[in-house]
Design a protein around this ligand. Structure first.
Ligand SMILES: [Zn+2]
Length: 366
């Protein structure tokens, strides 16, 4: 197996930049693209013709502004490419198929057993992917899988939680699924997938942002100066095991007072207020550590108590940053609802088509 490389990096970067502009808005003109990318209109013509040949861009009519030839407009062809995103948890797989702009075309969900052996798990993921592949007709680029960590997204391996009875620990989920489907596959943390998807939905807003995800556990992902942060072991943002209370609730990792343990303990006693306080502490610590201007909250557990949670987090930030009038941090609720992670995993696959670095790995020798 080898990483799926871009076709031609230099040309690819320009093509990707044009696609990126086209993805976000209204039909664009050659001159508009030239101005946005700071290249000549002649260069844009070449790029547009390459993208046109690949079916990614098409003409979208023309406009007249004064005398002379009308200006031709171009737009992205959303249906030209597709990607599948799967959100794997311990109890279910939620899957979507998305078009080139990240729009969800179809979604499916199946329940799975907590202790499902790896071969059966791969079977379940592949079956759902095949079902989703029936929808839409653009070229299918691959399958992205987002799941709770620790995940080694570079090697495509689920490293496993600190639980001794974890049937999936150490499984090379990416290569097994790739073998099963014969399609490029990417494996990543649920929170990272979520943040990629969310930054597609809110272009330009999340260049310095943290996404805090509360599902069955607690995690976070970071985007700083416009780039996703992975870290030395692909584990950046694992806030679930940072201590928020000395001598607190025991955590499966062996320590006490981890954010995740405290959060889950509060939810178990239906203390939504306390759970929100734990989250607020996590968010404030993150903001202090990495200097972001937006924090996105997402995940099923947050949606259930979103009013309490948003209020607690906003209050904690206001209180915690009071002394620094120039620091403004906006707290947002994710825009993608239950599709958040699956759609994000599909966007991660699609980013390969936009010339961005991904850990998508395709079939092939070497
Ligand atoms: Zn812990």
């Amino acid at each position: 197996m080898k990483p799926t490389g871009p076709l031609d990096r230099m040309a690819g970067a320009h093509d990707a930049a044009v696609l990126e502009v086209a993805r976000h808005g209204e039909p664009v003109s050659r001159a508009g693209l030239a101005a946005a990318l700071q290249v000549t209109p002649q260069a844009i013509s070449k790029i547009l013709s390459r993208l046109g040949e690949r079916g990614l861009i098409e003409e979208a009519g023309s406009v007249s502004s004064g005398p002379g030839k009308p200006t031709t407009l171009y737009q992205i062809v959303p249906g030209s490419r597709r990607a599948i995103g799967l959100h794997l948890t311990r109890s279910r797989v939620h899957g979507v198929v998305a078009d080139l702009t990240g729009q969800v075309l179809e979604r499916r969900e199946v329940g799975i057993d907590r202790q499902l052996p790896v071969p059966e798990l791969i079977g379940a993921l592949a079956a759902l992917a095949r079902e989703l592949a029936e929808h839409g007709n653009g070229h299918l680029l691959g399958v992205g899988v987002g799941m709770p960590g620790p995940v080694d997204s570079v090697e495509g391996i689920y490293r496993g939680a600190p639980a001794p009875d974890d049937a999936w620990q150490g499984a090379s989920l990416r290569s097994l699924l790739l073998e099963e489907l014969g399609l490029p596959v990417l494996l990543d943390h649920d929170s990272r997938a979520a943040l990629v998807g969310e930054s597609w939905s809110q272009p330009g807003l999340l260049d310095n942002a943290a996404l805090v995800l509360a599902e069955d556990g607690l995690g976070a992902a970071l985007r700083l100066d416009g780039a996703m942060v992975r870290g030395a072991h692909s584990r950046a943002g694992e806030v679930g095991h940072t201590v928020v209370r000395m001598g607190g609730v025991p955590c499966p990792c062996g320590r006490r007072g981890c954010a995740q343990a405290e959060y889950l303990a509060a939810l178990e006693t239906s203390d939504a207020e306390r759970a929100a306080q734990v989250l607020a502490t996590v968010v404030l610590n993150l903001v202090r550590l990495v200097d972001v201007d937006r924090v996105v909250l997402g995940g099923r557990s947050i949606y259930t108590h979103h009013a309490t949670t948003m209020e607690a987090v906003r209050a904690a930030l206001e209180e915690g940053l009071r002394a620094e009038a120039r620091l403004h941090v906006e707290v947002l609720l994710s825009t993608r609802g239950i599709d958040l992670i699956a759609a994000g995993a599909a966007c991660e696959v699609l980013e390969h088509e936009y010339g961005l670095p991904t850990t998508l790995v395709g079939p092939g020798p070497g």
